[in-house]
Ligand binder design. Structure first.
Ligand SMILES: [Cu+2]
Length: 415
């Protein structure tokens, strides 16, 4: 019986090991649609070049807006961190700016804020990696933008990451202090392993739990050999070695690095890059989604509140952007898997002061692949960003929220 179980288990493990393919997604499809649609819209994301050698730079640029439709069920967005999202430490982040300012760490953000980012990473490990920009928001998690495959080819020169210290010394962060950290951690680990083996292998503390849990908490029970004076002695020795290691480490650090500075944090509030002047208002008047054709239709009521004609150029939702333009314009809008064509009806400029009903139609596998559309949720809501282009380089980004009903529930489709 046991033999059969062991054979079955081995076979199952082998099948899983041989049959499993590498995981490459970043888990964003598992997030609820509202968590992607109502929170942040990414647009104008560019990741290039897509083939590099180890040590070479890859630049991620783009923009994101924290939508005014941020769900009330989440903590309000306050502290955030704009970051490349990659599978593990296969790149290093060498430089980052947000709205033109150097960004060392977290920033303070606000609902309605627009943030333009520019991140330079350098390839560290050879491989083919899926790279996204993302924004980690305290209390919510990391929301990710569109991704691109980047191939890092091996290089003849080993990876280096040189930085200058305050005293002018140059160090290679790839290996700096590595040997010390390794041996020092191993020393601490060995003390822990000795302690663990001491109490589990020769002792019956664990193997006879039924007996030991009967004893009162403060009873050493030396009469049944549970904790003897000899044990006390050896535990004191282990504790002594630990204290000696810590004192030794502190003295070594103080002697070797007499000039020290506490770890620095630099948090600031980037000035939002929102266009400033409002050119239009947009009201969502209902959306539908057809699962069979992956088509999203968004009905809107648009009012031009500016003094110039406006053209509706794009609609961005979560990590996708749909473009009212030709193939070249769509290719310019971001990574191919996350962009598509936007049909605008009627597709003529909206006159100053005009209010017009406009129907936006877009389709793409990305809606299903990234699970962007709420199909059976308690709140059937989507939100996105409508881009308008005016005259004299004036533009506007207007957040629109709409109730969405899957077509299978539309009256005309019901049996
Ligand atoms: Cu990915």
């Amino acid at each position: 019986m046991r033999l059969r179980f062991a054979a079955g288990l081995t076979a199952a493990v082998l099948i899983i090991l041989c049959g499993a393919r590498g995981a490459w997604a970043h888990g964003e499809a598992a997030d609820e649609p509202f968590l992607k649609d109502l929170t942040v819209a990414f647009f104008n994301v560019h990741i290039s070049p897509t083939v590099i050698k180890v040590g070479d730079p890859v630049t991620i640029t783009g923009s994101l807006k924290i939508l005014e439709t941020w769900p009330y069920t989440l903590d309000p967005p306050a502290t955030a961190y704009i970051t490349p999202v990659v599978p593990g430490p296969v790149f290093v982040l060498a430089d980052r700016t947000v709205n033109g300012e150097p960004d060392m760490g977290s920033i303070f953000v606000e609902k309605g804020g627009v943030y333009n980012f520019n991140m330079v990473m350098r390839g560290r490990n050879p491989g083919r990696w899926h790279v996204h920009p993302g924004i980690a928001i305290q209390g919510t998690g990391t929301l990710i933008g569109p991704g691109e495959w980047v191939t890092v080819e091996p290089s003849a020169t080993p990876f280096r990451f040189d930085v200058s210290l305050l005293d002018g010394q140059k160090v290679n962060l790839e290996h700096y202090g590595g040997a010390f950290v390794w041996w020092w951690s191993l020393a601490g680990f060995i003390i822990g392993v000795i302690w663990m083996l001491y109490w589990t292998v020769p002792k019956r503390t664990v193997t006879r739990l039924a007996v030991t849990i009967q004893l009162p908490i403060n009873d050493d029970a030396p009469d049944i050999g549970l904790i003897t004076p000899r044990d006390h002695f050896w535990m004191s020795v282990l504790a002594g070695i630990t204290v000696a290691m810590m004192v030794g480490g502190w003295v070594y650090m103080a002697a070797k690095f007499p000039v020290r500075l506490p770890q620095q944090t630099d948090r600031f509030e980037p000035v939002s890059a929102a266009p400033g002047v409002n050119l239009a208002t947009v009201r969502g008047t209902g959306a539908t989604y057809d699962e069979k054709t992956s088509t999203l239709i968004l009905n809107t009521q648009i009012k031009n509140i500016s003094d110039m004609p406006l053209t509706l150029t794009e609609y961005s939702m979560a990590m996708t952007t749909f473009v009212n333009g030709d193939a070249a314009a769509i290719a310019q809008a971001g990574p191919a898997d996350y962009t598509g064509k936007l049909d605008v009806e009627p597709n003529t400029p909206i006159a100053p002061g005009e209010t017009r009903a406009v129907k936006l139609t877009m389709s793409g596998d990305v809606f299903n692949d990234e699970r962007l559309i709420p199909l059976h949720d308690p709140q059937q809501l989507i939100a996105g960003l409508v881009h308008f282009q005016g005259e004299r380089r004036k533009y506007d980004l207007v957040t629109v929220k709409s109730v969405l009903i899957p077509t299978e529930f539309q009256p005309q489709y019901l049996p």
